[in-house]
Design a protein around this ligand. Structure first.
Ligand code: ASP
Length: 314
């Protein structure tokens, strides 16, 4: 790939997204083998620096780097000198002194990965920056959708919930629009950012107004940790108006694909019978996340997209 970093999907082209998804699809074969390791990044160092909580993203980036044979250093803000007052730039300068090849960063401040990308020579991968973007999540979502729909062009994706605070929604909107999908949004007025229409999204607010038209329904969690003010009157009311339960799902196409970036708040945005039901592909998203993260590390660090890494024997 010609870029040094993956900061967001806002400025990725259709060809770049297609190349990432195709490479990830090939890496799934490595993950299906008994010995799940290729030598592609042997001798390279990947640092995962998480300044915000994470379960899946951190685990799958660490595992992705290990499956490519890179050396992996894991940094968790909760157990680091950040707690002693060290700034992000000082932490990064110290990491730089150890000569890493790539840093995967999650930070509560939008733009933190961009600042590092401008200041240092190593590849920076954004693993979620505040309410801005979470590009690898959107790529794994798009790979999962593509698996089920064949192509994203002309397909309708309904995004439901707390879109305002969702970096997953923003990255998906950029990526899906670039790939020619139609994006519908539903959520309380306070949770739909004012620029949605300018991004090419049709805002309908009520879940009942988007569910019938959707090929894919993406349900989002309320980002309680980012709510600066009351945005809904009660969780019970939110679940009644915006939650996806079996009764609502009956109004959708029988083959509608239900996705969720995790973590799920069962009984709030999604009923357990839907999360575990036959339209749900949530575990496929997790499996695809590993392949997408392998593809990203491979494309940014190896520079060759011929599929050599995915095809190399263990
Ligand atoms: N795991 C996703 C994120 O980090 C979604 C979420 O937390 O709701 O943005």
């Amino acid at each position: 790939m010609k870029r040094k970093d993956l900061l967001g999907l806002k400025d990725l082209s259709r060809d770049e997204i297609t190349r990432i998804l195709d490479t990830a699809a090939r890496f799934r074969a490595v993950n299906a083998r008994r010995i799940k390791k290729v030598p592609t990044l042997r001798g390279r160092t990947v640092v995962s620096a998480f300044f915000e909580n994470s379960t899946r993203t951190k685990m799958s980036f660490d595992l992705a780097a290990k499956r490519l044979s890179a050396d992996v250093l894991s940094f968790a803000a909760s157990s680091s000198s950040t707690r002693k007052g060290e700034t992000l730039m000082d932490t990064a300068r110290n990491l730089d002194a150890m000569r890493p090849d790539a840093i995967i960063i999650r930070h509560s401040r939008a733009g933190a990965p961009h600042m590092l990308a401008r200041s240092f020579p190593w590849a920076v991968i954004n693993a979620g920056d505040g309410i801005n973007e979470h590009p690898t999540q959107a790529l794994l979502d798009m790979l999962t959708m593509r698996d089920h729909l064949g192509s994203l062009k002309g397909k309708t994706v309904a995004i439901v919930g707390d879109i305002y605070h969702s970096r997953v929604a923003r990255s998906n909107i950029f990526g899906l629009r670039t790939m020619g999908a139609r994006v519908l949004a539903a959520g309380p007025g306070t949770m739909c950012p004012p620029d949605l229409e300018a991004l090419g999204v049709e805002v309908r607010h009520r879940i009942d107004d988007v569910i019938e038209d959707a090929d894919v329904v993406m349900m989002l969690r309320i980002q309680r940790e980012r709510l600066g003010r009351a945005m809904i009157s009660s969780v019970r009311e939110y679940a009644a108006f915006y939650g996806l339960d079996a009764r609502r799902l009956e109004r959708a196409r029988p083959d509608v694909v239900v996705i969720h970036p995790n973590p799920i708040n069962r009984g709030v945005e999604m009923a357990p019978e839907v999360a575990d039901g036959e339209n749900s592909v949530i575990m496929e998203q997790v499996t695809n996340g590993l392949a997408v993260r392998m593809a990203m590390l491979y494309l940014l660090l190896d520079g060759d997209d011929s599929g050599g890494g995915a095809d190399a024997s263990a």
